[in-house]
Write a protein that binds this ligand. Structure first.
Ligand code: 9MR
Length: 468
């Protein structure tokens, strides 16, 4: 994997060098620009940057939806794939919300990480009251039904979650342990392997990011499961505290990777005492950068998932009194220093912006007439099953205050989500209008006004721009 990643980087560097040599001039910013989104940068590295998603917000909150679609290439259900949601009554499955998330992920070219099959928390009462063979059968039924349902759509599962306690590495005294004994862990993995042989099977827990009694116990469990061919990965939740990234985190992940496992940071957040300050945000940025670097430096790290979008979406303030602000985005959806730090760790560049105004788009030969405008669709990311485009408007010699763009899709493309425009579609014709705050474009200026996620083969059709 390290080889693959290094090879890919070398390959990209080779192409860039060849293009520069061929052109004989420095590349214009338009062609050389670094990745400016987390997902663009992570795609280029070949790793996942994931986010825990609240399906209600995905359906009802446009800002939230746009950030999830544009910044992340992987999603985890924050709650809706847990047992109490999927099987609230014995034998009655409820996949509605989880299916909504999977459909969104597919439209947006994102992988889905499954969380979680067997956990002591957020399990329905009926299963907590079972024991012995009945409980074992229920565990098998749940694992089999859920993994069958999502087969091919969910690439990896937290098969067991938080099975070790915080007390000296002893197994957690859960209803699973009480009802079934220690063998339930191996049994769960056997059932999971049978249900979907292609899914990656993980254990997952918090406070195992550094080397300690709890992570030592996981190391032992992992050795046993690896020997039976039942474990593919180890998930480190990384619910961390400001300034306290464990010093031996890299070493810890490495020892699991050395067992032949993938490692993954599954629930990253870094909380702080409130009220927060700029200085604390800077420290947080360093902490995030360090954790993401640990992953990118490890060949077997499959990715990093952050546990929520904006600080206001986090579970932290509900559980830790007086603490919070643990994520990458402010409550209003703007980016925190930690965002830039993560982008940087992924090899992107927060300071890179869209091409400067003096870079004439290649397909634009005549400048727009007075009071008129032109517009351009630029594909900035393409992951095969979908793609992202940014759209810019260029004003003529007079400023533009309001714009309506129209174009025709050449071959059956469609928009699966968009941000900062009013979009309507009729057959293959798309009309996009401003949303007020992005109506103005200065005389002779180019402004990036909105973006969208497209499905079908990526395309940059020519656009008609109507000012006013
Ligand atoms: O973020 C989740 C929150 O919305 C739920 O109320 C909570 C219930 O226990 O679970 C949170 O997610 C947890 C995850 O599933 C497992 N690791 C710890 C996470 C934070 O508590």
């Amino acid at each position: 994997m390290l080889q693959t990643r290094t090879r890919r980087r070398a390959w990209i560097a080779g192409i860039v060098a060849a293009v520069v040599a061929f052109a004989g001039v420095a590349l214009s910013a338009q062609y050389a620009h670094a990745q400016t989104t987390l997902r663009g940068a992570a795609d280029a590295l070949g790793i996942d940057i994931g986010v825990a998603v609240d399906v209600n917000k995905l359906q009802n909150d446009q800002t939230y939806r746009d950030i999830v679609a544009t910044e992340f290439n992987s999603v985890t259900a924050e709650n809706v794939m847990k047992m109490e949601t999927l099987q609230p009554s014995k034998g009655q499955y409820n996949f509605g919300q989880a299916d909504t998330l999977v459909a969104f992920a597919q439209q947006n070219g994102q992988s889905v990480y499954g969380h979680t099959l067997v956990w002591h928390s957020q399990s329905p009462d009926w299963v907590e009251n079972e024991s012995g063979q009945t409980l074992r059968q229920s565990m098998q039924d749940h694992i089999t039904t859920v993994m069958d349902h999502f087969e091919g759509d969910v690439f990896a599962w937290d098969v067991v979650n938080e099975v070790v306690s915080d007390n000296n590495g002893q197994l957690r005294d859960s209803f699973w342990l009480q009802g079934l004994g220690e063998s339930y862990i191996t049994d769960a993995f056997e059932f999971a392997r049978q249900a979907d042989p292609n899914a990656d099977l993980y254990m997952n827990d918090y406070s195992i990011d550094g080397i300690n009694a709890k992570s030592d116990r996981y190391y032992e469990l992992a050795q046993g499961l690896v020997n039976q061919g039942l474990l593919d990965g180890m998930g480190f939740q990384a619910h961390l505290i400001l300034g306290q990234v464990p010093g031996n985190m890299e070493q810890n992940l490495q020892r699991f990777a050395d067992l032949g496992l993938k490692v993954r940071i599954t629930e990253l957040d870094i909380r702080m005492d409130l009220p927060s300050s700029q200085q604390m945000f800077e420290q947080q940025a360093q902490d995030f950068e360090r954790v993401v670097n640990i992953c990118t430096n490890l060949a077997d790290c499959s990715g990093v998932t952050v546990w929520g979008v904006r600080d206001s979406d986090s579970w932290v303030p509900d559980v830790f009194d007086g603490q919070g602000d643990p994520l990458l985005f402010n409550d209003d959806g703007s980016k925190k220093p930690a965002y830039d730090a993560v982008l940087n760790a992924l090899g992107g560049d927060p300071d890179e912006t869209t091409p400067p105004d003096d870079t004439t788009p290649p397909d634009e030969t005549t400048p727009p007439a007075d009071g008129d405008c032109t517009a351009r669709i630029e594909v900035v990311n393409d992951w095969g099953s979908g793609w992202q485009a940014n759209v810019s408007v260029t004003a003529g010699q007079a400023a533009v205050d309001g714009w309506t763009l129209t174009w025709d899709w050449p071959s059956g493309q469609s928009i699966s989500s968009s941000w900062n425009a009013d979009i309507s579609t009729s057959g293959s014709t798309v009309t996009a209008g401003d949303v007020g705050w992005n109506a103005g474009v200065g005389a002779g200026q180019t402004r990036e006004v909105f973006g969208f996620i497209g499905s079908g083969t990526s395309a940059e059709p020519s656009v008609t721009c109507q000012a006013g």
